[in-house]
Write a protein that binds this ligand. Structure first.
Ligand code: COA
Length: 260
């Protein structure tokens, strides 16, 4: 698939996906969502990709939301399909990827933009970033998982206030809320994401994938996270990475994980 709305670059074990519609503040239209799905799937399948960074092009926006011009005249049925398909193809898909996904929020992350950042495994932001779920100001609610992931990350009361007021919070407030893990200048943002990705890459990718699965299990209805952890823990004992990691420790050398 060739891309019209995103860029995907691979370097040193990291795939960086950049949403590239700066004239529309990187708003997520249907085509962009399809391209993102494709780029995430390819990066996840590539054994050489150990971490994925998602960011936006330009200095102003990560993503200013779903593309309002595409759904303004939708019916009830079309609205539901939009949310379901978006959740399946991109937002749930990213959250459940085996490869770590870091969102580098470089400006406005609104509506679907904040929902995409929240679907990533964790988030960093530049000090100019502003985040919010403004959907009720348009007469709709967040439909790409925002009503579920925001309370998981910031707590129910803060999520209620953010969603009801349709307001934006700045990067330091987001840090204080636990919505993001670090705030740096715009120039330092992607380098910091790469530095953290570098630390991640030293570890066993199969164990990391098992960790993502176990953590997500605790946030999935009908699944006992503790049981999921026990299963995933046991599975690790059958991997080559486990053999290498424990052997390297006992031999007092650095592990060279085969990633299997
Ligand atoms: N969908 C479609 N187009 C969008 C968009 C969105 N979510 N967000 C921004 N754009 C477009 C604007 O229409 C404008 O296009 P134009 O130049 O062809 O008119 C361009 O991006 C620049 O945006 P603009 O509003 O002129 O920039 P600004 O600096 O004045 O305001 C925002 C920035 C983010 C405050 C403002 O764009 C905004 O409120 N966007 C919508 C946010 C939103 O409600 N998102 C949730 C959607 S469910």
């Amino acid at each position: 698939m060739s891309y019209n709305n995103i860029l995907s670059d691979h370097d040193n074990g990291i795939t960086t996906i950049t949403i590239n519609r700066p004239s529309k503040l990187n708003a997520l239209n249907k085509e962009t969502i399809a391209e993102l799905h494709d780029a995430f799937a390819k990066a996840d399948q590539e054994a050489s990709t150990k971490a994925i960074i998602i960011t936006g092009s330009g200095e102003k926006a990560f993503v200013a939301g779903a593309d309002i011009s595409e759904f303004a005249d939708f019916s009830v049925e079309e609205g539901a399909v939009l949310a379901r398909k978006g959740q399946e193809d991109l937002f749930d898909y990213v959250e459940n990827l085996s490869t770590p996904v870091i969102a580098a929020v470089n400006g406005f992350a609104l509506g679907g933009g904040l929902e995409l950042a929240m679907a990533a495994h964790f988030r960093l932001a530049s000090d100019n970033a502003r985040m919010g779920l403004p959907e009720v100001s348009l007469g709709v609610i967040p439909g790409y998982g925002g009503t579920q992931r925001l309370p998981q990350l910031v707590g129910k009361g803060r999520a209620m206030e953010m969603i009801m007021t349709a307001g934006m919070i700045d990067a330091n407030t987001a840090l204080d809320y636990g919505l993001i893990n670090h705030v740096v200048s715009q120039e330092e943002l992607v380098p910091l994401a790469e530095k953290i990705a570098g630390k991640i890459m030293r570890n066993s990718s199969v164990a990391i994938a098992a960790g993502i699965k176990a953590i997500n299990a605790g946030f999935t209805d009908g699944i006992n996270g503790f049981d999921a952890e026990i299963d995933a823990f046991g599975t690790c004992f059958g991997t080559e990475d486990f053999k290498e990691g424990t052997t390297a420790f006992l031999e007092k050398r650095k592990a060279a994980f085969p990633g299997k």
